[in-house]
Design a binder for this molecule. Structure first.
Ligand SMILES: *Cc1c(COP(=O)(O)O)cnc(C)c1O
Length: 455
């Protein structure tokens, strides 16, 4: 016996699943899907059903699952070098990846971690330590944007503005300050997205004017605050933030963990604003969604502040798997795919087709703020269901789709390789799941638990 039920039972008995109230799984309010294999946009379970991975497995997958080019690169690397510590050693994959990331971002000396959250930690620590080395130890606090999400380790959580995620850990955290989000949905009557961005930038300016002497860095998710519910903003905000950070001598840390690698239409989101950050955090799509790897790139000026005869002025931070050769090879194969498939141009065509396919959903009478950027679509649903997200996710699974709304925001972030027929399945299924979910509104007196914001 090795069907879904068996794996589900064993998983619930042995595995503590992430960002999950396990009791909901146990009571099957939220079914756990055991996945046997995956190919392209499809996940296959043990009972012969398939699900279209319309959220790219938590935003990590770019070119589909089990891509032959990445698989071949990994197989080749396994024949050569599995792993070696990166302190005191180096290897071709980490050197080549660092060179290519530098060429793509204009920032140098890539520092590696394994997860997005560790990239956030590294960027924050580097920024603070830079100011200390520069003789300004008072610049050691951080400021983030309302609704910002930068990961869930303690340092990252301190700059993550999601109350549910950090409430329980408040005694461990040194909370960062939070300034207004440029989220375009916050437009007042007569305002457009650029005006909202300007208003948020003015709030940032006020804050920096008062606190810059104690502030090491501002951390921002450029163009799309994904975990906040795909909150999108005008690129003007990033230009203003860059100018303000320059004026007040505060680092600009851009968290491109979710939006990097083509997700917003450009290779990196900040390139749409024509600015250069002081730090960029990368992870998720970096390996095409195959292996955990994160990277922080920074300016030569920051690097130079650590370059010294004194050990303690160096960046004494490490993880056992820093710069793992297999993960770096997967990243190199992923970057190759951007070139060999002309992915950014292809995505523009794919996005245009999908936007047309999503038209009925975007025009649905209960949808507000239908929005789209690059390979991200989002719709806010007007509903009385407090557990809309969970209910919707179940109906989506019944349609053969992995779609997990954040609160009342339904979104799609499919792998770039989604085909026309698959787009049709996604768009029709997403609409059908919406109708099925809204049909439950009348009987919703039974709902007692609210949605977690877990994407
Ligand atoms: C996912 C995410 C992180 C955290 O990455 P993990 O690999 O989950 O630790 C940080 N920032 C943003 C914007 C993210 O989307």
């Amino acid at each position: 016996m090795s069907g879904n039920d068996d794996w589900r039972r064993r998983s619930l008995a042995a595995v503590w699943h992430p960002c999950t109230q396990m009791k909901l799984h146990a009571e099957s309010a939220q079914p756990l899907i055991p996945v046997a294999r995956a190919e392209g946009v499809w996940l296959h379970d043990y009972d012969g059903r398939r699900y279209l991975d319309a959220i790219s497995s938590w935003w990590v997958n770019l070119f589909g699952h089990n891509h032959p080019a990445i698989r071949d690169a990994l197989a080749d690397q396994l024949q050569r070098l599995d792993h070696v510590m990166l302190a005191g050693f180096s290897h071709a994959p980490v050197v080549e990846l660092s060179e290519r990331l530098a060429a793509l971002t204009g920032l140098g000396h890539a520092f590696y971690g394994s997860d997005g959250a560790s990239a956030t930690e590294i960027a924050l620590k580097m920024s603070l330590h830079h100011w200390r080395n520069a003789g300004q130890p008072r610049k050691n606090a951080f400021v983030g944007v309302a609704g910002g999400y930068h990961g869930e380790t303690v340092g990252a959580l301190a700059v993550t503005d999601i109350a549910l995620f950090r409430e329980a850990y408040a005694p461990m955290l040194r909370l960062a300050a939070t300034v207004a989000s440029p989220d375009a949905r916050g437009a007042l009557a007569g305002e457009d997205a650029a005006a909202v961005a300007e208003r948020a930038a003015a709030a940032l300016e006020d804050w920096l004017a008062q606190h810059h002497e104690e502030t090491a860095a501002l951390i921002v998710e450029p163009l799309v605050q994904c975990a906040a519910g795909m909150a999108m903003h005008d690129a003007a905000y990033l230009r203003r933030a860059r100018a303000l950070c320059d004026r007040y001598r505060v680092h600009l840390v851009l968290d491109e963990i979710a939006v990097g690698f083509g997700r917003t239409g450009a290779m990196f989101a900040h390139q749409q604003a024509g600015i250069r950050p002081d730090f960029i955090c990368l992870s998720k799509g970096l390996t095409g969604g195959t292996l955990p790897l994160s990277a922080v790139l920074t300016t030569d000026a920051v690097y130079a502040a650590f370059y010294d005869d004194t050990l303690a002025r160096g960046f004494l931070h490490s993880h056992s798997y820093t710069g793992n050769p297999l993960a770096c090879r997967a990243a190199l194969a992923t970057l190759d795919l951007f070139d060999s498939t002309d992915a950014l141009r292809g995505n523009a065509a794919t996005a245009a087709a999908l936007t047309a396919q999503f038209e009925p959903l975007s025009r649905h009478p209960r949808v507000r703020h239908a929005r789209h950027l690059g390979m991200i679509w989002a719709w806010d649903v007007e509903t009385t269901l407090p557990d809309f997200a969970r209910r919707y996710a179940r109906h989506a699974l019944a349609q053969g789709l992995v779609l997990r709304p954040i609160g009342h925001t339904l979104y799609a972030m499919p792998p770039y390789v989604i085909g026309d027929d698959e787009g049709d399945i996604l768009a029709r299924g997403a609409l059908a799941a919406l109708e099925a979910t809204l049909a439950e509104e009348g009987a919703a007196g039974i709902a007692s638990t609210h949605d977690a914001v877990a994407p």
